[in-house]
Structures are given as C-alpha cells and as structure tokens.
Write a protein that binds this ligand. Structure first.
Ligand SMILES: [Zn+2]
Ligand SMILES: [Zn+2]
Length: 256
C-alpha cells in the first residue's frame, strides 16, 4: 500500500494544500487538494473518494473533479456521511453554484453519492473500509482502510479529543491524524474540535497503554503560519512517547 499526502495543511498557499490523501493512486481520502495536486490522467484513475465531513477544506475539489469526470464520461463514487453528501448537493452541486453532477448526464451521472454509516464496513475493489465516528464540530467520520495484503491505515479527518477510545479495538498499521494548532490554542473548547500536540499526546498515550507500543503516526491539517511551533512541540511529544510521530508534507509518500 502506497499513501501519498497531497495536502498536509488546513490553510492553502503557494506551498501548502488542503486536506487530501491518495492510496495507490486509486482511493482518495478527503478532497481539499485533489484537483490542485493531481494531473487530469490521475484524476481519471481514481476509483473512489471517501469524505470525512462537510467542511470546505475537505470537500472543496469535488465539483472540479466532477467536471473532469463528466467531460470524460467516467462516473466517480463518492462515499461520505449523508450529512456531508447533503451539504455538497445543497450548497455546491445545486445547479446554481455548479452543475448537479449527481444527475448529469441523466443516463450515467458523473458523481455517484454513496452514504456510509459509522461501524458498517464495506469493500471498494481490493480495499476494506470501516468508517469510525469522530468528535468534531460537524458530523464526522474517520476511515480504517485495509489492503489485500493486510496493510492498514487509519485516517482521522478532523477530530477533537477522544478519538483514541474509538480505535483501540482496530489497531491500524499507520495512523494519519489531524494536528491543527500549537498548544497555546488548547482551551477546552478547542479540544472538542481539533488537536494540539498536548491533546494528541494524551490520545496516543491511551493507545500506547492499550497496545503496548504505537504504530507510526503522521500528522496533517497543520495551520501553515504556525507550523514551526507545531513541529517543535510535536518533536517533544515524540520524544516523551518514544514513537515515530512525524509531521506530513505535500508530496510525502508512505509505503506500508
Ligand atoms: Zn472540520
Ligand atoms: Zn479541516
């Protein structure tokens, strides 16, 4: 299994992109950077997109990707919570902001929306996918993706504190987690929406106690303007937990 990080930040700039990962060039996780990072040929190679929640930085490129698939007459399945699919249909693909690609062309629509439910596993080609509910300011799901050979990755999407309890039973080979701001943002309210290094340390401490050791951990969704501060604090977390815990970057490739 090869995982490429397209976007490692929650803020876009000339050198940073919004949330997005691609597994083996086939399966996309979140759509904040799919069209800004992938060639047209790569966009057409995608077999499915999994969305974590309705926030703009995670689904922004679905309309643009829909246009590519529409013009090439190559439908694309989009898996997400019903809440996320509704937001796409009502706010973006509503026939006013952009075409209703879930209905066009009528005989073979460019986007095929498939609702998912936390805890209900499904198969996409060779991948087994398990949605896991996450705590965030909008209905949100992380995904455990397991390949044919048994390699597995868990992607949190956006989450506040509490995600460790949700995944102690599944023990993935790699965790890709959000890590949005430095510790000075870490009041109680923030802990229910996003992670700081201190909040992440608490979660990983729970997992280490449950599993005996930690898998590799890669952090995305960083606020670009404060990335150096986040990185310094994350280094200390990694040292204290004695773990392979790293910040991601655009273009990072991880092989499992
Ligand atoms: Zn969010
Ligand atoms: Zn986000």
């Amino acid at each position: 299994m090869e995982i490429k990080v397209l976007g490692a930040h929650n803020t876009e700039s000339a050198t940073t992109r919004l949330s997005g990962l691609v597994i083996d060039g086939k399966l996309a996780l979140d759509a904040g950077s799919l069209t800004s990072s992938l060639a047209i040929t790569e966009q057409l190679e995608l077999r499915a997109v999994l969305l974590t929640h309705r926030h703009y930085d995670h689904l922004r490129d679905i309309p643009a990707l829909g246009m590519t698939r529409y013009l090439n007459r190559k439908p694309l399945p989009v898996y997400a919570l019903q809440d996320t699919l509704d937001a796409l249909s009502v706010c973006l693909l509503n026939g006013e902001v952009y075409p209703r690609f879930t209905q066009r062309p009528p005989e073979n629509p460019a986007l095929v929306f498939i609702p998912v439910s936390p805890g209900v596993e499904f198969q996409i080609g060779p991948y087994r996918v398990l949605p896991v509910a996450m705590a965030h300011s909008a209905p949100s799901t992380g995904y455990l993706v397991t390949g044919e050979a048994g390699a597995s990755v868990f992607y949190t999407g956006d989450t506040g504190s509490g995600f460790a309890e949700m995944i102690t039973g599944i023990r993935p080979g790699l965790i890709i987690t959000e890590l949005t701001t430095p510790d000075r943002y870490g009041d109680d309210d923030w802990s229910t929406k996003h992670l700081t290094p201190a909040f992440l340390e608490a979660e990983l401490g729970i997992l280490k106690a449950a599993w005996g050791c930690l898998p590799a951990v890669v952090c995305v969704h960083m606020y670009a303007a404060l990335e150096q501060e986040i990185r310094r604090e994350l280094e200390q977390v990694a040292a204290r937990l004695d773990g392979d815990i790293r910040p991601a970057f655009e273009g990072m490739v991880i092989t499992l």
